[in-house]
Design a protein around this ligand. Structure first.
Ligand code: ADP
Length: 549
């Protein structure tokens, strides 16, 4: 017997319809490429999304087909948001491209995705000029600018201005109803090894993820929040915030291209942001701007930090110096991206602060919708004791089943019930309360004399030293131990610390055999397209390095 409830497909267009009807006056504020602050409401955004949908229906001969890819190269802003809904809502697929990738990689991705349209911010005009001749499938090029700001002689055939393109379109549009499993958006992984592969998110997975993300123990989004996604809309849908904000009616604040510490801090203050999300490197820049000037926050209450391990010193500083709660989060492109968040349980509230901190430092507990386990090399499940580490596998309705075009074959590992689990490539422990802690990326873990050393642990200790701005721990080949860790360090401006002092700083903080063999000071550590340290590049840079004998 089937249930007798109404059956409605879960479609992203329902989110913007809802926001327009119930939170029509909630604001969306965007720092633009033009430099100014643009303000409008969800009601305005909904109208313009429908204009985008109408424009797509008329694009070329007979309009753009269902599931055709519309690529974007754009910062976080209101026009990008209109594309999320206008493109996805009308049945096409928003393909967000990471502009920090190498131009050849951008061109490769566009061809692989078979993008039909590319819509981009003025910042990326030089990039598009470089790649447009290589893009074999793109028929329409649209610049996110006013009608009178379209530059002449760009060399890009038929380049249109976005505002001119949508200007005469009707604001009426009936969002089509279709299978909720249809693709809504796509994002390529950064492909640190081999060619990038694409995750293809469905309407259903995006809406379910948005529901889950809004829960109190996840991102806790509400109509009383002013939310600043510093995480880019060009990578994993800015952690789904463009979908969960209209679902809750939260005010949205978009930083555009201004991601330096000063700009982000000033935007938080001027727009009374209560809630911000970003990777540790972004917050490092902001705290470095705030500390010397002794600046404080007047509105910020919570920040979600993830994408790479959040150093304890950062959690501590946010909480103790600024009264901002840090929610440490873990996820990945293949997971839409949210997997776990570290929010305390009731039983933790009475613990002393340093015990609570140990819990907050973990990557956290699974959100309903994400099932996880750790396994050994034979695929056997390992205990949740907080000590045993193994390969972390996940499954759930917003976790990838297959890459676009079946790239790389079947990525799943099957259990004895025939259920497919996605291998995350992370090594982790899970404790009895279900809190997961990443030991390392499996390719970054350092194998010394048959034992494993977590590069994250070694980095976190260095980051706790007052003179250290950034630290990367990598393994170096060793004749006896296979590998030994070294720590590569960027000092804070005007700060000083010697190699001997830093190595002494490790004493008592970790087992003796885990203390790095050497410290290498550098001016900068290479950062990848998603704001993470690029250890592959760092290893290349240190190709001639020799461990001290
Ligand atoms: P890419 O590096 O391809 O852009 P993702 O952005 O999907 O990939 O990153 C996913 C990976 O980032 C995870 O598998 C994990 O290794 C790392 N990661 C994400 N969040 C955290 C975190 N809070 N702590 C440690 N590692 C993290």
């Amino acid at each position: 017997m089937l249930g007798l409830m109404q059956s409605q497909p879960l479609l992203t267009s329902s989110l913007i319809d809802f926001a327009e009807r119930h939170h029509g006056d909630a604001e969306i504020v965007s720092r633009r490429v033009e430099g100014d602050l643009h303000r409008y409401t969800y009601a305005d955004m909904a109208k313009r999304s429908r204009q985008v949908a109408n424009a797509l229906d008329k694009l070329g001969e007979g309009g753009l087909a269902f599931s055709d890819r519309v690529a974007t190269l754009a910062w976080n802003g209101y026009r990008h948001m209109e594309l999320y809904f206008g493109v996805g809502g009308s049945g096409r697929v928003v393909h967000t491209i990471n502009p920090r990738l190498h131009p050849d990689q951008v061109a490769w991705i566009m061809n692989h995705a078979e993008d039909q349209v590319l819509i981009f911010d003025a910042t990326f005009l030089p990039l598009v000029q470089k790649v447009h001749a290589q893009a074999q499938t793109v028929k329409h090029w649209i610049l996110l600018c006013d009608a009178d700001k379209l530059p002449a002689d760009t060399g890009i055939p038929g380049l249109l201005s976005y505002e001119a393109w949508i200007a005469n379109q009707s604001t009426d549009y009936e969002w089509p109803q279709f299978d909720e499993n249809s693709a809504a958006s796509m994002c390529y992984t950064s492909g640190t090894t081999g060619n990038p592969k694409a995750a293809l998110y469905s309407h259903r997975s995006s809406v379910l993820h948005a529901y889950a993300a809004s829960l109190p123990d996840v991102m806790a989004m509400s109509a009383r929040d002013s939310v600043l996604p510093v995480v880019p809309m060009f990578h994993v849908n800015a952690w789904g915030i463009p979908y969960s904000a209209p679902l809750t009616g939260a005010k949205l604040v978009f930083p555009g291209p201004a991601l330096d510490g000063k700009s982000v801090y000033e935007l938080i203050e001027s727009e009374q942001v209560t809630y911000a999300a970003g990777v540790p490197t972004v917050w490092q820049m902001m705290l470095s701007h705030m500390q010397p000037a002794q600046l404080k926050f007047s509105s910020l209450k919570r920040t979600v930090i993830g994408g790479s391990a959040c150093p304890p010193a950062m959690i501590h500083s946010f909480q103790e110096d600024y009264g901002v709660e840090v929610l440490h989060a873990w996820g990945m492109t293949e997971m839409s991206p949210l997997g776990t968040l570290s929010t305390l349980k009731n039983k933790h509230l009475s613990l002393p602060k340093d015990e609570q901190m140990k819990v907050r430092l973990k990557q956290g507990r699974a959100i309903f919708g994400v099932d996880m386990k750790i396994v050994n090399d034979e695929g056997k499940e390992l205990p949740w004791d907080g000590k045993t580490y193994g390969d972390l596998l996940v499954r759930g309705p917003w976790i990838l089943a297959e890459y676009f075009k079946g790239e790389g074959g079947d990525p799943l590992q099957y259990d004895d019930k025939g259920r497919g689990w996605f291998p995350t490539g992370d090594v982790a422990t899970i404790d009895a309360d279900g809190f997961m802690q990443i030991t390392d990326r499996s390719k970054d873990v350092i194998k010394s004399g048959g034992e494993w050393i977590s590069s994250i642990d070694i980095e976190n200790i260095a980051m706790g030293h007052p003179a250290v701005a950034m630290a990367a721990c990598i393994g170096m080949p060793h004749p006896k131990w296979d590998e030994r860790p070294i720590v590569v360090v960027v000092k804070k401006p005007n700060a000083s610390v010697s190699k001997e002092e830093l190595l002494a700083f490790y004493q008592g903080k970790t087992a003796k055999w885990q203390i790095p063999d050497d410290v290498v000071f550098v001016d900068a550590i290479p950062i990848g397209a998603t704001g993470k340290m690029l250890k592959t590049k760092l290893r290349e840079q240190l190709i001639d390095y020799q461990l001290p004998s």
